[in-house]
Each structure stands twice: as structure tokens, then as C-alpha cells.
Design a protein around this ligand. Sequence first.
Ligand code: NAP
Ligand code: COA
Length: 271
Amino acid sequence: MTQQQHRFDGQHVFVAGGSSGINLGIAVGFAEAGARLAILSRNQDKIDAALAAIRSAGDAAPLGFAADVRSADDVDAAIAAAHEAFGPIDVLVSGAAGNFPAFAKDLSPNGFKAVVDIDLIGSFNVLRAAFERLRKPGASVINISAPQALNPMVAQIHVCAAKAGVDMLTRVLAMEWGPLGIRVNSIVPGPIAETEGMRRLAPSPDARAAVAATVPLQRLGNVEDIAAAARLLSSPDAAYVTGAIVPVDGGWSLGGYASASAALATELARD
Ligand code: NAP
Ligand code: COA
């Protein structure tokens, strides 16, 4: 049987944190499937480069908004402008995040707060501002979580706390918004090659190879793996899936993740 990819022709896809890495891969994937894209992140140069990539993927006129997810007002203004241009949001992806490795004893209160503010409160700001502008019924909301939400990792207390909170946003909103025909799910990417997140947690090629060896499928993921999962979760094939926390990680969260955490502890202790 030939595999038929679901199309998103003319649909409005809004990606918070869509200017690089995994989230840009998701935006490009939806553009290739016919959607109209709006992205939001802080740095205008990164936004401009991302918009060029999205245009090359088939969306002639994507929108980009320079805003910090920590500003509820700025997020609201950006989403309102996207709604004005493209109409109701069919797919909302909330993936803006910050990360750096730091043991709890070395992390200032403001360092902890910075990550919680971006990942957790920023996600709330995005979800809350989008609610009135989501297509009802029919919208798919995807929060980008992380393995740190499911299992503890050393030097990641801020990220573990923030992303565990993000998964709880997913589950509560699936309950609140389900009756309106809005589905809300989390994707939990595993270790994804060529991303800022991996560069920060496994800076050397040796470290990345060691991580890949702990993945049951024996490779790092790529952004297309996550983009494909985002399209699947937003397609009619997932019409009865909501409130799910979906690892897309080659099986990493089954066990290999724990040894990657131990390796990170050893690496940081050497510094
Ligand atoms: P990335 O390229 O740094 O992506 C982060 C995006 O969020 C960028 O577009 C960034 O652009 C934006 N951003 C950061 N802070 C922001 C803020 N305060 N307001 C608005 N936008 C902000 O990193 P990535 O590694 O691809 O990670 C993407 C997502 O996947 C994150 O949610 C991360 O937690 C998750 N994840 C990554 C991995 C991995 O292996 N890389 C694994 C599991 C989960 P600006 O800096 O210009 O704002
Ligand atoms: N170790 C310990 N603390 C750190 C740190 C590190 N490597 N990097 C930043 N911090 C602390 C800062 O010292 C500061 O705390 P202080 O005021 O007590 O000194 C606090 O975190 C905020 O730092 P600041 O640089 O002002 O934050 P910002 O809002 O400009 O940037 C970050 C947010 C720190 C998360 C930054 O790394 C970022 O913008 N990341 C986005 C990209 C990214 O992380 N991608 C991967 C996603 S998985």
C-alpha cells in the first residue's frame, strides 16, 4: 500500500519558538504539507532566516513575530495579528525553551526562574493567548516537552521542573478544551541531532556518540522525526488522541536516558 501523507492545505499553523532547531523543523514540515505558517521568537535575524526556510518549503508568505514568550502582552499581540491574517489557528505548537546544564548548588534563583519563566510560564502565555483564536472544533495543540519531564536528570533541575509542568498543562487543557473539540498533546523529543539542546547537553562529537549508543534504536533523532510526529498528531488519524504525552525518542526514555544522565554528571564534574 502506498503511504499517503495527510495534507494541511491552507491551514493556519502557529509555532512559538519556531525560528530554529526542532520547532523550525516542525514549521518546515507543515509548510511542505501545504500549511500557512506563523512563527514567534525573540531574535529577528533568526526569524528572517527561518522564514526563508519556510518559504523554500512551500509557504509563499509566512509570518514572523519578534516577541519573548515571557511577555503575555507581546504574545497576545502576535497571536492576534496572526489570527487577523490567517483566521483561526488549526495547529498550535508551543516549543520556546531555554536550557543550560547547572548543578542545583551552582544555579542562582534567577537561573532557575529564567527557565521556568520561558518553558512553563511562557507556554501558559502562549496557550492562554491562543485559546480564543483556536479553531473550534478541530484544533490540535502540541506542547514540546522533554525527557526531563518524565525522568530526573542531573544538572537539569530547572528543566525537569519546568517541563514536568508543561506536561501537566497538556493534561489539564485536554480536559478543559476537549468538550470544545480541541485536542492537546505533548511531544517528548529524545536526543535530536544538530540542535541547540544537544549542543548544550552533549557538546562534543564523542559525547553525542555516547548518547546515541544509549538509544535502543541506536541513533540520535532528527528534526524530521519530530515534525512527522507533529503532523501525525494533528491529522485525522489521531482524532481520538488527547492528553497524551508522546515520546518520540527511539526508546531512550525506557532506560538509556539514565546512563546519559550519569555521563553528564561525570562530564560536568571533570570541568
Ligand atoms: P532551539 O533551536 O534553541 O529552539 C528554541 C526556540 O525557542 C528558538 O526558536 C528560540 O529563538 C526560541 N526561544 C527561546 N527563548 C525564547 C523566549 N524567551 N521567547 C520566545 N522564543 C524563545 O532549541 P532545540 O534544541 O531545537 O529545542 C526546541 C524544543 O525542543 C525545546 O522546547 C526543547 O526543550 C525541546 N527538546 C529539545 C531536545 C533536543 O535534543 N534538542 C530534546 C528534547 C526536547 P530565540 O532564541 O531567537 O528566541
Ligand atoms: N549556568 C548557570 N547559570 C546560568 C547559566 C549557566 N550556564 N546560563 C545562564 N544562567 C543564569 C544567569 O547567570 C542568570 O542568573 P543571575 O541573574 O542570577 O546571574 C539567569 O540564568 C538568566 O540569565 P540571562 O542570560 O539573563 O537569561 P536570558 O533570559 O537572557 O536567557 C537562557 C535565557 C539563560 C535560558 C539562555 O540560555 C537562552 O536564551 N536560551 C535559549 C536557547 C536554548 O537554550 N536552546 C536550547 C533549548 S533546549
